[in-house]
Design a protein around this ligand. Structure first.
Ligand code: APR
Ligand code: ZN
Length: 302
């Protein structure tokens, strides 16, 4: 039992006062944990697009001031006991902290939801950290063709290290990208994973899977007003559309096994970490995310 048990503690947090404005590091009070809650000390964290999404006020419940969730929380945070996972104590926290969100999301979307068969074809829409994690899942599952789709050609070189074998830039074609993929794959891919958050990419990801057995998985977080539209015939032709949150992993029970995949050297985590900044420079991490520079930026608490 620590000396602060049951007491309010003061610590630093990066507070968002207004949408789109730099965060301000301020002293905040963290309440003692109530029944079934745990107060955690944060050593390393990493920003993801959910934090940026709240910061840009694109989420429905964006109220300010706020301490952005979930990775951008203050030095300490209080969470429900059911949201805490106990992982291998030997795991390096400055690496495995990225597994708490986007990387597990992409990986699980492929391994747990799309479930590509060995030798099958997979299309990945969006080659940011989440999409590359989905590609890593396709590699681990033994997919033989992994088609990466992105509007930004600078993503392609990097994606090769994540098992992506072919690239399609929708901007290079006059016809819809789903038609381009159908031509490349004799009717469509066996499965697709959408990791952009763009609703048009979601529609393309669904329409590019083969009829009869194709499965498309939606991962990216869409704008709150976005509407998914597709001819219903696509369902009658036995294409399946699925969506997933956190790659269908149950954090408390499943996250330790994802960490073990890293510890066993199956899953490569280092290649997702392109930057590291001290907590005082958290705004730099936001800039990197917004510019689309690098994949994940670790924030080190001082
Ligand atoms: N078609 C193809 N690629 C697209 C499209 C599109 N219509 N729109 C965006 N992209 C590409 C971007 O060029 C970028 O390379 O998708 C990629 C998204 O990568 P990041 O911005 O780095 O995002 P990431 O962290 O991987 O998260 C992806 O998943 O968790 C959600 O909310 C998150 O929606 C976001 C998505
Ligand atoms: Zn996240």
């Amino acid at each position: 039992m620590s000396s602060t048990a049951g007491q309010v503690i003061k610590c630093k947090a990066a507070v968002a006062w207004e949408a789109g404005k730099p965060l301000v590091i301020e002293e905040v009070e963290v309440a003692p944990p109530q029944k079934m809650e745990v107060r955690l000390k944060i050593l390393f964290t990493s920003l993801c697009h959910t934090d940026v999404y709240f910061w840009e006020a694109k989420a429905q419940d964006s109220v300010f001031p706020r301490i952005l969730g979930h990775e951008a929380a203050g030095e300490y945070t209080v969470v429900h006991a059911g949201s805490v996972a106990k992982i291998n104590p030997l795991a390096p926290l400055d690496k495995v902290c990225v597994l708490s969100c986007g990387i597990s999301t992409g990986l699980g979307a492929t391994l747990n939801v799309a479930k590509p068969k060995k030798g099958s074809s997979v299309a990945i829409f969006g080659l940011g950290a989440v999409g590359l994690a989905a590609a890593e899942g396709a590699r681990l599952a033994g997919a033989s063709r992994v088609i990466g789709v992105d509007l930004n050609p600078s993503r392609f070189e990097e994606a090769k290290r994540f098992g992506v074998t072919e690239f399609v830039n929708p901007k290079d074609h006059s016809k819809p990208v789903q038609e381009v993929i159908a031509e490349m794959t004799d009717g469509g891919v066996d499965s697709s994973v959408e990791c952009t958050g763009n609703v048009d990419a979601m529609i393309s990801a669904f329409e590019c899977v083969h009829d009869g057995w194709g499965v498309a998985v939606l991962v990216g977080v869409p704008h709150k007003d976005a509407i998914f539209k597709t001819p219903p015939m696509n369902f009658l032709n036995e294409r399946t559309l699925k969506g997933t949150f956190f790659g269908n992993y149950k954090p408390r029970s499943d996250l330790p096994s994802v960490v073990e995949m890293y510890m066993n050297k199956e899953l490569e985590v280092e290649k997702f970490i392109t930057h590291e900044v001290p907590f005082a420079e958290i705004n730099k991490a936001f800039e990197l995310m917004l510019k689309g520079e690098g994949l994940r930026c670790i924030i080190r608490m001082e």
